[in-house]
Design a protein around this ligand. Structure first.
Ligand code: SF4
Length: 431
């Protein structure tokens, strides 16, 4: 989401004459768009500002603005602690970006915009066209979260669930299609909770599917509790919705899921996976796991490993629990870090093995690849298959934006090497 936000911030500031530079030392304004999910996010901000200070020691001071969830969580504290910073702007106040920049330029004052004004923000965003012209683009449809998992800062930094207007999302999708975008990834902290005047994520998918120039639709991140029948139906019948679902589970132990306030059990989760696979057996899953959550016993950890083996996720993102200040889990008795570390290593060994088995089974199979860009200084072209696997082929021809059937001939944990075998007129991902 920060990547999408950064691009949209750039669409704003371009209107008042700012241009991107690759050269840090040339920038009159530095924007650090931050994430608060991991530990030490705030320290990283100060370190980075320290580096800017050093570079500009004998030059005119640039404007320095902190945006994102660290700005939201820390607010004035940041301005007090580091005088070199000119403003903090929370994720729901990006629409005030130009106003802030112009004020700092003119009055040299310190500013803090960390209100939760999501409606104003999206009203303003809609007035500026999304200029992204990459083959694949993000599109935020929903922000914030009402789930209040006990370990998570999102409800406090991004605010309550908010769904953007249906028509505005379709209009932005059309703009992206006209820019040359072929694949749209719909974004939300809780994307399948999208609900605008009764219209849901599945309605959005159906409508975007009608845009001829858009070939692929993805979405992330979904919550198991909000995975409704209509969305499952969309996975069964849509020709453009890709067959990879990121479905975070966090733990395979009901006791830990309860302590996390996840609002689902292992059984609910597995039933959901069964239902989805019945609707479309081509679907594969990826997930997030927290290892070493407060109260996690050896048995709870073994239950998590059992779930991992059962679902055979093609990608598992696992993290050692790190308590975020201000969340209920921060107050809980923490698992000893050496124990959590050891469990994480075991978990990652197993998840990598599952991933490797999946990847080896793909050798000699045919994938459908949407090509994005030529790899720098080479004859190789980069693209992604239906399951978001990176695929590289040798090609002198410009393949940008094309979809081809590719035979996978080699690969490692990160990417596959393929050979184009045929053209693809339309994709057939529905069961
Ligand atoms: S559902 Fe996701 S975003 Fe919402 S509180 Fe839980 S982990 Fe955070």
């Amino acid at each position: 989401m920060n990547e999408y936000d950064s691009k949209r911030i750039y669409d704003f500031v371009e209107a008042i004459g700012y241009k991107k530079t690759e050269n840090v030392e040339q920038a009159d304004c530095h924007v650090l768009n931050t994430c608060h999910i991991r530990e030490k996010a705030t320290d990283k901000v100060y370190h980075h500002v320290g580096r800017i200070k050093k570079k500009f020691r004998n030059k005119k001071k640039p404007i320095v603005i902190i945006t994102g969830c660290v700005a939201q969580a820390e607010g004035d504290l940041i301005l007090e602690k580091e005088k070199y910073i000119d403003a903090v702007i929370g994720p729901q106040s990006y629409h005030k970006f130009n106003e802030t920049l112009l004020k700092i330029e003119k009055d040299k004052i310190k500013l803090n915009f960390t209100d939760f004004n999501t409606i104003d923000k999206f009203d303003k965003l809609n007035q500026n066209k999304n200029s992204n012209s990459n083959v694949s683009s993000f599109l935020t449809i929903q922000e914030g979260c009402d789930k209040f998992c006990n370990f998570c800062v999102v409800p406090y930094t991004r605010g309550a669930e908010f769904s953007r207007s249906f028509d505005e999302i379709i209009s932005e999708s059309n703009d992206l299609a006209n820019n040359g975008v072929k694949e749209i990834t719909l974004l939300g902290q809780n994307v399948n909770a999208y609900n605008f005047e009764g219209k849901k994520l599945s309605n959005l998918i159906r409508e975007i599917e009608k845009i001829k120039k858009i070939d692929r639709i993805r979405y992330t991140t979904s919550h198991p509790v909000d995975f409704s029948e209509d969305l499952i139906e969309a996975h069964a019948s849509s020709k453009k919705l890709m067959p990879l679902i990121h479905l975070p589970v966090q733990s395979g132990s009901n006791k830990i899921l309860k302590a996390m306030n996840r609002k689902h059990t292992v059984e609910n989760y597995l039933n959901l996976i069964d239902k989805i696979l019945k609707a479309n057996p081509l679907i594969k899953f990826s997930s997030d796991f927290i290892i070493g959550y407060p109260g996690e016993t050896e048995q709870d950890f073994r239950d998590t490993l059992n779930l991992l083996r059962k679902v055979k996720y093609i990608n598992s993102y696992s993290f050692m629990f790190s308590a975020r200040p201000g969340t209920p889990a921060f107050e809980m008795k923490q698992t000893e870090s050496s124990v959590a570390k050891e469990r994480l290593i075991i978990f990652q060994e197993i998840s990598e093995k599952i991933k490797l088995d999946y990847r080896q089974n793909i050798f000699n199979n045919k994938s459908t690849v949407l090509f994005e860009n030529r790899i720098k200084n080479g004859e190789n072209f980069f693209g992604r298959d239906e399951y978001f696997n990176a695929v590289v082929v040798e090609s002198k021809k410009d393949l940008k934006g094309n979809i081809k059937r590719v035979k996978i001939i080699d690969g490692n944990q990160n990417s596959f090497k393929g050979k184009i075998v045929s053209e693809v007129d339309n994709q057939t991902v529905a069961a």
